[in-house]
Design a protein around this ligand. Structure first.
Ligand code: NDP
Ligand code: MG
Length: 369
């Protein structure tokens, strides 16, 4: 039996993981979870699914119950439960601290929280190596690439092709992008996800974060990472081999696949998901429009420059998205907020996780809204 802990239980990734674990109940047992603000919902999910440990990461009060032990310190819970795999489905930069705690305490980190990779960069992987923690990517594109690299061999892969749905405003005129509301931006055409990543998908900041994530996960330079628009979200990514072949990973757009692949440590039976009917598929591919969605240009720049640029990109974007959700700035201003901060000098090398938090605080002070 694989013992797992689900961080971000109340979110989209957390809930998909709970459903997947129910399907594989003969192989997986959820021994613990974390939630932040939706405490009532978290307790209900724990009680319904026999999850005996819950860490509340906010300062919110939590009712007593004899069915679930409440923890207030994540690392303490991780150390005590000794799970085989910990899924990090926390949203945003808050996920970095959790990823570090998992790396320091657990053998496998199933990583959905892409912000951890973007902010932590090489340091996250050095720490994982030092502590003997394996990181398995859960982001669907990276899970696909991980699978393809495992099959083909890293030495036979020359470059990566990351697919992007293009988001809900893929075909919208530049002038109309100005008037987009947060309510429109959170509605993704092919994936059902939390609000932050949905808005990131609509600006293509999500794809920008994924280009940086791929760079650190698989160690390819910026000119070996392509992005291609594929609105149907069936091909989750591709690799080009040194012999000129292209290999693709395809499945319906369901996060259950990459989540369970990570929780079961690669042994997820693909036939467990709905089979693809190729006679009903109409798959299309096109180039991204860098002019209307300039976040992609920023991503390549961050990969080239490294230093603190990826951390700064992620932090400024998170602040701008929160401001957009609160109707403080327009849709098109999200990118200008990020660009203004990126134009400063962030070339210093990452020295430690504390250094990353310092830069994060500096960006929070710099961003003018
Ligand atoms: P959601 O917004 O649906 O859920 C976020 C989860 O994180 C909730 O459980 C929330 O707890 C918790 N959380 C929020 N803030 C904090 C905090 N400060 N400290 C600790 N926990 C916190 O997000 P998603 O599930 O959509 O995304 C989670 C991560 O996975 C993101 O990094 C995203 O980029 C990545 N991802 C998501 C995909 C998807 O399909 N959803 C696909 C690929 C990657 P509470 O609700 O109790 O406040
Ligand atoms: Mg993704």
């Amino acid at each position: 039996m694989t013992e797992v802990i689900i961080l971000g239980l109340t979110g989209s990734i957390g809930q998909t993981a709970v459903r997947g674990c129910k399907t594989f109940r003969d192989q997986i047992h959820i021994c613990g979870a974390s939630a932040h603000s939706r405490i009532g919902q978290a307790l209900t999910v724990c009680i319904e699914n026999g999850i005996k440990n819950l860490c509340i990461t906010s300062d919110e009060p939590c009712p007593e119950t004899d069915q679930v032990r409440i923890w207030r310190d994540l690392k303490e819970m991780l150390l005590s439960l000794e799970a085989d795999v910990v899924l990090n489905g926390i949203s945003g930069s808050a996920g970095l601290k959790a990823s570090i705690s998992v790396i320091e305490t657990s053998p496998v980190l199933a990583l959905a929280n892409k912000e951890s990779v973007v902010m932590g960069g090489w340091l996250l992987f050095e720490e994982a190596k030092k502590h003997g923690c394996k990181i398995i990517p859960v982001d669907s594109e990276h899970s696909a690439i991980d699978e393809l690299i495992m099959t083909e061999g890293r030495e036979n892969v020359s470059s990566l092709v990351i697919t992007a749905s293009g988001g809900p405003f893929r075909n919208m005129d530049q002038k109309d992008l100005e008037e987009i509301t947060p309510e429109q931006a959170v509605k993704h055409p092919t994936w059902s996800m939390g609000p932050k990543i949905s808005i990131d998908s609509s600006t293509l900041a999500n794809k920008a974060l994924e280009v940086i994530e791929a760079h650190f996960l698989f160690n390819f330079p910026s000119d070996k990472i392509e992005v291609v628009i594929h609105p149907q979200s069936i091909v989750h990514s591709m690799v080009r081999s040194t012999s000129g072949q292209v290999y693709a990973q395809m499945s319906p757009p369901d996060m259950g696949f990459p989540i369970m692949r990570a929780l079961l440590q690669y042994s997820f039976p693909h036939e467990a998901g709905a089979a693809l009917d190729f006679t009903k598929l109409d798959l299309t591919f096109s180039s991204p429009d860098f002019k209307r969605f300039p976040f992609l240009t920023d991503a390549y720049e961050c990969v080239r420059l490294e230093g603190m640029y990826p951390t700064v990109f992620n932090t400024a974007n998170e602040i701008a998205v929160a401001a957009f959700i609160n109707h403080k700035i327009k849709f098109t201003q999200i990118r200008s907020v990020v660009r203004d901060v990126l134009d400063l000098d962030w070339s210093e090398k990452i020295k430690s996780f504390d250094h990353i938090y310092e830069v994060q605080a500096k960006v929070q002070r710099q961003v003018k809204l």
